[in-house]
Design a protein around this ligand. Structure first.
Ligand code: SF4
Length: 371
């Protein structure tokens, strides 16, 4: 059985005592962060979505398991930043669009939604063109961290789910992600027409989220923990306050060592290192930009091949463009399943780990990089 709920509240809000049996939801930090409910930011964990999502970590928090690390790192720096920047971003959104944003302290949960559905929208948008209200979600991702990936590959599924959960709770048909990237030009993210993008409500996705949430909460009811992540690969583990409990002391020490916990030299300033880091940041920016340009060019080549009805084009000596259609796909290997179902076989073929030394650059990107 889950342990008794022990709320951890780092940004205390109004001291409200919600009536959890009612569909009248009064929002407060406690209702959102512990117990048998799923708040908007929990979806990344339900999905185990990289880089910081982990269902197991969410379960430790929801069931009030005591943290094993002497840390108050309840979630991530990004969450603290997002919370403090929220009023600024809402004000920027109002200025940019001319729409009015009303704070959301409570709502009446529609009958079609389960009672554990507990999003906390950052605002309800009222516009003056006759369209009904929309949900607002303020975000402040690091421009050197996740935002570069999201800008290139699209918003993460958990953000879309977050917006869907808020639309469903507010009975809205549309929502706006108001994104003010951190560390770059001070401007809201907009499309090529200069508008803040909007997302439409998707009832199919909402139904799927209800199933996903039910499956997660069934584990909660039985006191079951979701599977562990690999602490050497999962960024969430590096900042997880339950790592010692979850992965054992040795793995926790190894991860802390990789993140600079061992033999750490604290410097106030170092011009030589700072200059190298500035170069690092600059080259990363260029590399990201170049990757996006190359992907765009590849698409253009594909279109040209299609337009000319060719699967390949030879252009002078040595230059060929080939369009491949892979109907079979490539076979995958499910290492986790083998480990779970045939641990003996798995163990027999695992080789002894070799000492490995590498450098990771933390801070600038909000995580680590540069193996
Ligand atoms: S240590 Fe890693 S796998 Fe375990 S709960 Fe924390 S983030 Fe999840």
């Amino acid at each position: 059985m889950p342990q008794e709920t022990k709320p951890v509240d780092l940004w205390a809000g109004p001291d409200t005592t919600p009536d959890l049996t009612s569909r009248h939801v009064i929002l407060g930090p406690v209702t959102e962060r512990t117990g048998r409910q799923l708040g908007s930011s929990d979806w990344a964990h339900v999905l185990d979505e990289p880089p910081y999502g982990c269902g197991r970590r969410l379960m430790y928090r929801k069931t009030g398991v005591e943290m094993s690390e002497p840390s108050n790192d309840y979630e991530t720096n990004a969450m603290y930043r997002g919370k403090s920047m929220e009023p600024v971003i809402v004000a920027e959104y109002e200025k940019h669009t001319g729409f009015r944003v009303e704070p959301v302290y409570e709502y009446h949960l529609p009958e079609s939604l389960p009672t554990w559905w507990r999003p906390h929208p950052d605002g309800k948008i009222h516009r003056n063109d006759g369209r009904g209200p929309g949900a607002l979600e303020a975000k402040c991702p690091s421009i050197r961290g996740t935002w570069r990936t999201y800008r290139r590959e699209g918003l993460p599924t958990s953000w879309i789910m977050q917006l869907q959960s808020e639309m469903a709770a507010l009975g809205a048909r549309w929502a706006a992600p108001a994104i003010l990237p951190w560390g770059g030009e001070y401007a809201l993210w907009t499309d090529q027409d200069g508008d803040v993008p909007e997302i439409r409500r998707d009832d199919e996705m909402i139904a799927h989220m209800v199933d996903l949430g039910e499956a997660f909460l069934r584990k909660f009811d039985k006191g079951e923990l979701p599977a562990k992540q690999d602490p050497h690969e999962c960024k969430a583990c590096a900042s997880c306050p339950w790592i010692g409990l979850c992965q054992g002391r040795q793995a926790a020490a190894e991860v802390a060592g990789a993140a600079g916990g061992h033999d750490e030299l604290i410097l106030e300033a170092d011009p030589a290192l700072e200059a190298l880091l500035a170069q690092w940041d600059e080259f990363e920016e260029i590399a990201d930009e170049a990757k996006a340009q190359l992907a765009g060019l590849k698409d253009r080549f594909g279109e040209e091949l299609k337009r000319r009805g060719a699967v390949a084009i030879r252009l002078g000596p040595g230059r060929r463009l080939i369009r491949r259609i892979d109907t079979k796909g490539s076979p995958g290997f499910d290492k986790k399943r083998l480990q779970a179902e045939k641990p003996g076989v798995f163990k027999e073929y695992v080789t002894a780990p070799k000492p490995n030394s590498y450098v990771r650059i933390f801070g600038a990107r909000g995580g680590g990089n540069g193996d």
